[in-house]
Design a protein around this ligand. Structure first.
Ligand SMILES: [Zn+2]
Length: 72
């Protein structure tokens, strides 16, 4: 199977390639952090993160993918 975001091979027992898998873990763990400080929904959070200049390429691609499949 290939990574649904970029088509690279996925990691063992994973959903994504190593890059997007790491981006996914980072995205979820920083959401946990944000939620402690802000009443922010997952979708609002994704939009916020995507707009940040410092957000990395892999995270942006992953968010783009979420927005496509879940029509966020
Ligand atoms: Zn990928």
């Amino acid at each position: 199977m290939d990574c649904p975001v970029c088509g690279r091979p996925i990691i063992e027992n994973g959903e994504y390639c190593k890059y997007h898998d790491e981006a996914n873990s980072n995205l979820y763990s920083s959401y946990e952090e944000w939620k402690k400080a802000l009443p922010i929904s997952w979708i609002e959070y994704l939009i916020e993160v995507e707009e940040r200049k410092e957000t990395g390429k892999w995270v942006k691609e992953l968010i783009e993918y979420f927005r496509t499949i879940k029509s966020l």
